[in-house]
Design a protein. Structure first.
Length: 157
């Protein structure tokens, strides 16, 4: 018996958000590591991340080949339940709240693993809103599919 596929992300153009919930076959503590620690993020995502610390005010960059470096900061953290990242446009030196979006990861223990929900908001502050919503919609679909696949093939401790 195979698991049901996770539903795709949802764009809400009136609220300027992209959201998605997936179920991952791993406990919340392991998923937390995978979404907060650069060495774990690099194992499943297309980004090569750096972060100076996983705490409010932590900062770094997530580099995406062919797109460049995206500055990122941590705005809120409540391990292992929620973390809020803010990221700016690729190529920027630092995160400018006037030209950035936030994405919040929320984890919930469920039978057989973890429900991970991501909500990215703030698109009304950036140029070319419709294109950015669609780009991030596709991005969250591919990135979170890769995260779920990582745990489907990894040995979970």
């Amino acid at each position: 018996m195979t698991a049901e596929p996770n539903p795709p992300s949802v764009v809400d153009p009136e609220r300027f958000t992209v959201s998605r919930s997936i179920t991952i076959a791993a406990p919340p503590e392991r998923v937390w590591e995978a979404i907060t620690e650069p060495e774990h993020i690099a194992k499943w995502s297309s980004f090569t991340p750096t972060m100076d610390r996983v705490a409010v005010g932590g900062s770094g960059a997530w580099v995406l080949e062919n797109y460049g470096s995206t500055p990122i900061t941590i705005e809120e953290v409540d391990p292992p339940f929620t973390i809020t990242y803010r990221w700016g446009p690729s190529g920027a030196d630092a995160v400018d709240p006037a030209e950035s979006t936030t994405f919040v990861f929320t984890l919930e223990a469920v039978p057989g693993g973890t429900r991970l929900t991501v909500v990215e908001s703030g698109f009304e502050r950036i140029a070319d809103v419709a294109a950015q919503l669609e780009s991030h919609h596709q991005g969250w679909d591919s990135q979170l599919d890769a995260l779920a696949a990582h745990f489907a093939t990894a040995v979970v401790r």
